[in-house]
Ligand binder design. Structure first.
Ligand code: FAD
Length: 384
């Protein structure tokens, strides 16, 4: 049995790993010649780390995971501590640690794990055709490939999605812009072993430790779409949006390298129920695009892959396996997208009264409420 995997992102490589465990031959086709992920880093929460372990890539997490042992919220304007707590109770409750990792390193090490030479780079999917015996993938360079089924992990702008849904979907702007990048660890900005967040005015500054003494930072600001801002204006833009914010935030802005800082207008897609059509399955962002507000987009792509493998462990009938995959995943991924959207609105001041109530709650937070929320999300995964 042979699967065609479209996309060599987190989802595509994980899907190939899961299917290979079931003895299924996989060919991966990736549009670009060199994969350049959109963000600087990514937090793989415990559910995602469990999936990486299950798929045989746990050592990548061991190498790249940063020492994130504590979590704290601070008032961005006054620098006063709102709450601070250990993440050990979370790790004990769910049985695995979270791993914030450099995204380029993660992507690159996943590709190396699979075998760079075994991926067809520069093959951009144009369309798919289902036949009696399988599926044909047509690429924009005029070539094609045949397989028994297709796993389309071609991301949020998926070309394959319309072959499953029968229509195109619109992405929904989440009303905020995210700047992200990496800087060297600096204790004057934040402790080296803590996920620190500064909040205020519906804005957020997040600092997470990754391996090799680096911080993954991001800034979120509620803004309209399409502003004329780019790398050349990043420092002055951030200085303006965070004018009056506390010294560690100013120090972080001073430390960033505009050339390696990304500016992303955050979107998601209204969840849909159909993830499979016959012998074509969507996986990862092609199936469910979320705002990054609960850090679960990549984790859920890893979960999809694990479940896909589990379905093929039970049957070799392709359409039965894919239908089961859809049945097992659709509610989970819808739930994560909607949870992230809700969190996004509160964090980014969609209704400032609610956001202010959240700031007030943070000042009373012992850590238990936040850990319970994280625990519920993590334990909803397939390897709970
Ligand atoms: P992608 O990573 O988008 O990969 C798709 C691949 O398909 C790409 O390599 C692309 O080149 C290729 N491709 C596209 N079109 C074609 C085509 N036509 N033919 C062939 N190949 C094609 N998730 C978390 O779990 N934790 C986080 O902390 C987190 N933070 C985030 C922060 C930001 C700012 C953003 C934007 C996202 C974040 N996410 C996070 C979400 C996460 O990045 C995505 O969910 C994840 O990358 C999805 O993986 P994927 O493989 O499905 O898609």
């Amino acid at each position: 049995m042979k699967a065609l995997i479209i996309g060599a992102g987190i989802g595509g490589v994980a899907a190939a790993a899961a299917l290979k465990q079931q003895g299924i031959e996989c060919e991966i086709f990736e549009a670009v010649k060199e994969v350049r992920p959109a963000g600087a880093a990514i937090s793989i929460w415990s559910n995602g780390v469990k999936c990486m372990n299950h798929l045989g890539m746990g050592d990548i997490m061991d190498r790249l995971g940063g020492p994130m042992h504590y979590m704290a919220y601070k008032d961005g304007l006054s620098n006063s501590l709102m709450t601070q707590f250990s993440l050990s109770p979370l790790v004990e409750a769910v049985g695995e640690r979270p791993c914030p990792v450099s995204r380029t390193d993660l992507q690159s090490q996943m590709i190396d794990w699979w075998g760079r030479q075994n991926i067809h780079f520069g093959k951009r999917l144009d369309s798919l055709e289902q036949t009696e015996s399988g599926v044909i993938a047509y690429f924009t360079d005029g070539s094609c490939a045949e397989g028994d089924f297709v796993v389309a992990a071609d991301g949020t702008h998926s070309k394959a999605r319309k072959h499953v849904l029968g229509y195109e979907v619109e992405r929904r702007y989440a009303d905020y812009v995210n700047w992200n990048g990496l800087v060297d660890v600096d204790e004057e900005i934040a402790p080296h072993n803590q996920w620190t967040m500064f909040v205020g005015e519906g804005k957020r500054v997040s600092i997470m430790p990754i391996a090799n003494k680096r911080f993954y930072f991001f800034f979120d600001v509620p803004l309209p779409l399409g502003l004329a801002e780019d790398r050349t204006t990043v420092k002055q833009d951030l200085k303006r949006y965070f004018n009056g914010w506390t010294a560690p935030v100013q120090k972080l802005i001073d430390a960033i390298d505009p050339q390696t800082t990304n500016r992303i207008e955050i979107h998601d897609i209204e969840p849909f129920d159909q993830l499979v059509n016959g012998k074509i399955a969507l996986l990862g962002d092609s199936a469910h695009s979320t705002t990054p507000d609960i850090g679960q987009g990549g984790c859920s792509a890893l979960e999809d892959a694990v479940v896909l493998g589990q379905c093929f462990a039970k049957t070799t009938d392709i359409e039965t396996a894919l239908k089961e995959y859809e049945a097992l995943r659709r509610f989970r991924v819808k739930d994560l997208v909607l949870k992230a959207r809700k969190r996004c609105d509160v964090t980014h001041g969609k209704n400032m009264t609610e956001t202010q109530a959240w700031y007030d709650e943070l000042k009373e937070e012992s850590g238990e409420g936040i850990i319970n929320g994280l625990k519920n999300t993590i334990l909803g995964g397939p390897l709970a």
